[in-house]
Design a protein around this ligand. Structure first.
Ligand code: PEP
Ligand code: MN
Length: 277
């Protein structure tokens, strides 16, 4: 086979398919369309801490206007001594919150051997650290469940699109791309948000492109300005970490905003999304 790394030759490219990809998430009455003009907001805790906690936050973000609930159960932590997630049990709590609120749910899968635990989960997240786990990407190409692929911290946009190509060329066209900041020399923020990547990706690919201002900056006070900037730059959706007691969060409390802060922000995001449509 010929080497093919030119992004404009890929199945994920705009050249291959000029129209925006629209993906249906979930089934029945709770199904939502994402991509193109269907602006969507994913919100929830970094990690599901208890059944009560995830239900409480799910109700709050739904009330504020979120379209999809997030919550990590398998947590790929930088340190092996950090909280690793509530794993299979955590996924059950998330599924329970989905039943209660009707919100579709997204959670991170870190190994294909976990797939059988994700039956109730509507979107499989591939985290930044696994963006180049090609065996995982190939396996996700063989199913049709939507995948939320996050950009690796040192991945160029071509690397990012080639990872998406693994899934799409394998037979699964339902891929959402998430810009979540990259690693630079700057240490004031956890990562450096790459706002330009959003309009560039929108030109380069037909896949939905979203922004994660929480991991991009690592600072709760920067989530609102970055979410608004990403929306203005053409993001088709936003993913935000919300916790009702950030100081006590088991994971990523410093970047989590509270439900009232989220509610305030969501109104502003929707106005900007409407303006740039
Ligand atoms: C997350 O979304 O909780 C997460 C771990 O993100 P990332 O892979 O971008 O670090
Ligand atoms: Mn997190």
């Amino acid at each position: 086979m010929q080497e093919n790394t030119n992004p404009s030759n890929l199945m994920v490219s705009r050249e291959y398919k000029p129209k925006d990809t629209v993906i249906t998430i979930g089934e029945g009455t709770s199904a939502v369309k994402v991509g193109g003009d269907n602006f969507f907001i994913i919100a929830g805790p970094c990690t599901v801490e208890s059944p009560e906690m995830v239900c409480r936050i799910a109700e709050a973000v739904k009330h504020a206007g979120a379209t999809i609930l997030r919550g990590g159960a398998f947590k790929p932590r930088t340190s092996p001594y950090s909280f690793q997630g509530n794993e299979a049990e955590g996924l059950k709590w998330l599924a329970e919150a989905k039943k209660r609120t009707g919100l579709p749910v997204v959670s991170e899968i870190t190994s294909i051997s976990q797939l059988h635990l994700f039956n109730e989960i509507d979107i499989l997240q591939v985290g930044s650290r696994n963006m180049q786990n090609y065996e995982l990407l190939k396996a996700l190409g063989k199913i049709d469940k939507p995948v939320l692929l996050k950009r690796g911290v040192s991945a160029s946009l071509t690397d990012f699109l080639l990872s998406a190509e693994y899934i799409v060329s394998g037979g699964n066209p339902n891929v959402i791309l998430c810009e979540r900041g990259i690693r630079t020399f700057e240490r004031e923020t956890r990562n450096t948000p790459d706002i330009a990547a959003i309009p560039l990706l929108r030109q380069m690919t037909h896949l939905p492109v979203i922004s994660d201002p929480s991991h991009s900056t690592g600072l709760s006070e920067l989530v609102s300005p970055l979410a608004l900037a990403a929306t203005a730059a053409g993001a088709e959706g936003i993913m935000i970490e919300v916790h009702d007691n950030p100081k006590a969060a088991l994971c990523d409390g410093r970047q989590s905003i509270t439900p009232p802060e989220f509610e305030l922000l969501i109104g502003k995001i929707r106005k900007i999304a409407e303006t740039v449509k």
